[in-house]
Design a protein around this ligand. Sequence first.
Ligand code: LLP
Length: 417
Amino acid sequence: MNRYDSYFTFEGNDLVCEGLKIDDLAREFGTPLYVYSERGFRERYRELDGALSDIEHTICYSVKTNYNMSLIRVMAEIGSGADVVSGGELYRSLKAGIAPDKIVFAGVGKTAEEIAFGIDSGILMFNCESFREIEEIDRISREKKKVTDIAVRVNPDVDADTHRYITTGKKENKFGIPIEGLTARLAVLKKLEGVRLRGLHAHIGSQITSVSPFLQTADKFVSLIGELHSEGFDSLDCINMGGGLGIVYNDERPFDVGAWAAGIIGRLKPLGLKLVVEPGRYISGNGGIFVVRVTYRKEGGSKTFIITDGGMNDLIRPSLYGSYHRVVNCRLREGSEKVDVVGPVCESGDFFAKDRDITPTKQGDCVAVMSAGAYCMSMASRYNSRRLPAEVLVGEDGRCRLIRRRDSFEDLLRNET
Ligand code: LLP
């Protein structure tokens, strides 16, 4: 165990959260079950907030990582803003009490309906990904007789050195507007009366474990801002440095957020700029686990399979990206064995762990997939007509409450006509 798992630890032989045995929660709420630690979410937010205290800043929790309303509400209570990428995420964030003027709206394909919703809600700004999109925001704003603040998402062509599916700031990625010649190209914005350029934005990738790509991006921003200010873009007062901070799943060694913050602040503060950041995984990733029950043990031709009642539809990261999640039996026993921990879905890619040494595990045991707070439940589907899992939240007071009931069979049919 390391400090990044400290919200879920072993006390004696039992995996616990705030003193509650995960085994007991599984019995009370059933499995498969997501369990979240409220302290985990709050502590990570406070840590970032503290690290950025030397610069005027807004932290916009990236709702896509985990959008349960109770969790967004925790973030709202603590003062967080939200990074949203769809009308649905905007709707949730507003309903959960996030202040509209702390919401940034990203995404390469915002529809006219979503743009109008954002404008009507009074969000902080849109992070724009193309000139066509900016023209659309301008058109809709003018119709509404409003001026809308925007940031231009810059593709800085920086290599974030992470999984190729979650690298976003390279030339060949679909995101942002290329940095070359940007100042000249932005001149057209001066003619648009419905938009005001407030910021530059970059999100270069996710699960980044070194500071350097962030600092390279900040350096590029510093020279770009200089050019844009001398071209008369006086309203430009804010930089959005994306999310992307890596966490520990296994043996990663992410950078210290203090060093990350100091590097960014050192570059941006002398220019009098405000900072927006939109972390997701950093806040939610280690604050959740996924708990499943062993349905069968099976000796295959060459392997032992631990077959659980959770599947790739509930937690797809290992199947989709080959991601590593630690897998532990919620009650430790003597010894260990090498197993594949798999689900019941009809695909060979339906696994949580392969060739993994874990506690000897029996039918009926509970197994936890660790670091499952980010991009797990939010990417779950009903594939194989499987019912979406329940979610519970363990408060700092050691009380646990249901924050999403398990789908019923009727839920599966609800929208079909
Ligand atoms: N802002 C923007 C514009 C983003 O595209 C993302 C994530 C974030 C913020 C939050 O990034 P974070 O702090 O969580 O790294 N499903 C993948 C990750 C996809 C990331 C998408 N964008 C996974 O499970 O690893």
